[in-house]
Design a binder for this molecule. Structure first.
Ligand code: ATP
Ligand code: MG
Length: 404
């Protein structure tokens, strides 16, 4: 008996002739996610376990099988795979020889702990057969195996509509038997949709925005602006930590840390106070677009949500957009804060986001920010100051961290 992970994938099957491309990307991402998992188990399992091989991953008939995961690493492997985009669901399965009595025995063994836990459960057998020469067809497998399980566990009963236990059997090269189906992260494999650059602050919204666009298959890079000494080292560390958390889903992220103090002070000193936030936004967008182009990214991503704050009214977003020519993705635009917070909790960024370190936007908030900025006026205010040398300096002094 071998324990394998049977992986089903999502929308990929809709992609027609591109399907092999999406499948290959998914397999690559799964390999990356599982890298070192067996050695990790060796370390944690302690004594004497030899350095272990990588699991191997096979594609077959619209399914992906992960084999060779050590018993001690099984839970960790499952956990990592639930964060790989493109996976619809995962079933830890037993692979056994498809000789009928072996199948029956394995099914009985798999059911044993479930029956022990809830002896009066209802159950149903689900069968699929890609081996058309097998001695039973799918209906017969359900009937025969159902009968044998009732003999073995007389306290069970069959319910074909809403069974509590689903006993699934797939007859392929071998027989795969499982009762559990764990939900995957869905979405599209990272790397299949191109590259985009996330503007990441230390808040709740932008990490969620990054997660959502990565889910559509985008490779992310990220830009963070900090205003040392007005913002602390710890505020910066928090952003690095948030980027790490996003990278658990998004894979490698190249994070650019851009010093923004000079630009911010200049805006603060030389521009109308009520316009400072929107002007700051415009400059962040401009610098991010430059970095994005260097990175080969074709879009920017922000965590803005319509009407959430003064700088996120339709007028303000218009003024912000005007600073760049790239598309700007705002996946949270129609979400309430509560909904965004729910996602942040689910993906594990919330607790870090709410750590109380200052962000460069919060340090310099005007008392009465303009909520309906006029594009011409904002362009004029910006044009009065020559930011070009400051932009070049910020870009030159930016620091790159590769987050894995
Ligand atoms: P968040 O929770 O992501 O901080 P927010 O609701 O606080 O968002 P703002 O502070 O108005 O919103 O920022 C709007 C968006 O601008 C953010 O979601 C982020 O994409 C970007 N942004 C804000 N501050 C920074 C920063 N210091 N560095 C990089 N991007 C930033
Ligand atoms: Mg913010």
């Amino acid at each position: 008996m071998e324990k394998v992970l049977l992986v089903r994938y999502t929308e990929i099957h809709l992609k027609g002739l591109n399907r092999p491309y999406f499948e290959r990307a998914l397999v690559t991402n799964m390999k990356r996610a599982l890298h070192g998992i067996n050695s990790l188990a060796a370390e944690e399992g302690g004594e004497g376990l030899p350095a272990a091989e990588e699991p191997y991953i096979e594609r077959e008939h619209g399914r992906i099988y992960v084999r060779g995961v050590r018993e001690e690493a099984f839970e960790a492997a499952l956990d990592r795979l639930t964060r790989v985009f493109g996976i619809h669901s995962i079933s830890p399965a037993w692979a056994v020889d498809k000789e009928w009595e072996t199948v029956v025995a394995a099914a009985g063994e798999l059911m044993a702990p479930l029956v022990e836990k809830a002896p009066n459960s209802t159950f149903k057998v689900f069968a699929r057969r890609s081996d058309k020469h097998y001695q039973f067809n799918s209906d017969a497998i359900c009937r025969e195996l159902g009968g044998r399980m009732l003999e073995l566990y007389p306290t069970l009963s069959v319910d074909v509509h809403t069974p509590e236990i689903k006993l699934c059997v797939e007859i392929r090269d071998r027989a795969y038997i499982y009762c559990e189906e764990i939900k995957g992260a869905n979405g599209m494999p990272i790397g299949t949709a191109g590259k985009a650059t996330l503007l990441i602050s230390g808040g709740i919204d932008s990490p969620v925005a990054g997660y959502m666009m990565a889910k559509r298959g985008l490779t992310l890079s990220a830009v963070h602006f900090y205003s040392y000494p007005y913002t602390s080292e710890r505020a910066r560390d928090k952003v690095v930590e948030l980027t790490k958390l996003v990278s658990k889903y998004a894979g490698e992220i190249r994070l650019h840390l851009v010093p923004f103090t000079e630009i911010q002070m200049t805006i603060y000193e030389q521009c109308p106070e009520k316009e400072t936030t929107v002007l700051m936004r415009r400059l962040m967008m401009k610098i991010s677009e430059r970095i994005a182009r260097e990175e080969g990214a074709m879009a920017l991503i922000t965590g803005e949500s319509l009407g959430q704050v003064a700088s996120q009214t339709l007028e303000a977003l218009n003024v912000t957009n005007d600073a760049v020519s790239m598309p700007v993705f705002r996946p949270l635009i129609g979400f309430d804060k509560d909904e965004i917070m729910d996602i942040a909790r689910r993906i594990g960024t919330y607790e870090t986001s709410i750590l109380p370190y200052e962000d460069c936007c919060t340090v310099f908030v005007p008392k009465h920010p303009v909520t309906k900025p006029k594009l011409d006026e904002l362009r004029a205010s910006e044009a009065k100051v020559d930011f070009s040398a400051m932009i070049e300096k910020a870009l030159a002094d930016a620091e790159l961290m590769v987050i894995r």
